[in-house]
Design a protein. Sequence first.
Lengths: 285, 147
Amino acid sequence: MARITASVYTSHVPAIGAAIDLGKTTEPYWQPVFQGYEFSKQWMKDNKPDVIFLVYNDHATAFSLDMIPTFAIGTAASYQPADEGWGPRPVPVVQGHPELAAHIAQSVIQQDFDLTIVNKMDVDHGLTVPLSLMCGQPDAWPCPVIPFAVNVVQYPVPSGQRCFNLGKAIAKAVESYDEDLNVHIWGTGGMSHQLQGPRAGLINKEFDNAFLDKLIADPAAAAAIPHIDYVREAGSEGIELVMWLIARGAMRDIADPSASTRAIHRFYHVPASNTAVGHLILENR
Amino acid sequence: MSLDKPYLDVPGTTIFDAEQSRKGYHLNQFCMSLMQAANRERFKADERAYLDEWAMTEEQKQAVLARDLNRCIAAGGNIYFLAKIGATDGKSFQQMAGSMTGMTEDEYRAMMVAGGRSVEGNRVIGEDGNAQAHHQPQGSAGQKVKA
């Protein structure tokens, strides 16, 4: 049977992708950011998954205002890196896993989450920057990826609690898949940042680190954080952090209190462009 | 019965909710059109003519022509859509975000390198933080206004 063995959490700042693509990772501004992912790249090699279930948000790329799905699961065979206006990132095409994705879609919808099923879309920096951070610059990504896009652009976005519960449903869906697959679930976006208005540039290290603490040790409390706390404390775009709760909700200790989750890597740095970079790897034990 | 909008008292911040999205539909869809290289070229060749192809309000068109992102957001724009205008102009996200504060590019970048904008005084309208209305514009532009 398929199982989720680990969850990865990371910011997905577009400027990080540009720094990688333009060979700037050793510059003094960027070096501390990439230093925080050295452990992670080795860990990815040592713990190569069969499939990554990658929770991210589309930034007005595949989804315009014509259609705004709250939760969208990619069931395609492959996904092209999108041209977001600066030209497509020079990264590998993302290979999907249509069989597992279709299985998860059916199971999760039967658990009362109304997913939108997407058979054709391009993927933007929200999905490709985490892959670059964790895998470097390979000729092909190490395994198939199931894109899972969450609306965090138009308010109201799904609540942290709903995201957390959705994570539980995804874990259940994965565990009911017959093939023996090692699955990682990634939650991306955040941490504190605001990209608009006179309050642009907001960073809140105290909030971010308290969020990381809670996500590890008291995830139910993290799930209970209301929208307004993210907006007020972590900036209007800090609300992307609700996506981390989907990955956390899928860890085994949520469904089974006798199981344990171990944090094997934690990293935090300010700034990357407008944003606080947070990163965490949790393993099921 | 009115909707619950607890975010209206956050200073210097416009939440892109269903109402803003409705107001900004054509403005944001115009921005989406700039994801195609041919449209970027047509826009750059004659901005006004290109904008006139869209069912945008005059205020939205003027805000775009002025590259005033705060005005664009007030008129229903969302930063992820407006970023396509910045990409067309060759601007980074940091340049775009900074432009809404009144700070110069160097001033904004220095603020971020120093740890970003503090939340203190910037949680609720009426406090005294640097994102509050009575402290605009920020940076050297604001010092000139006061002088």
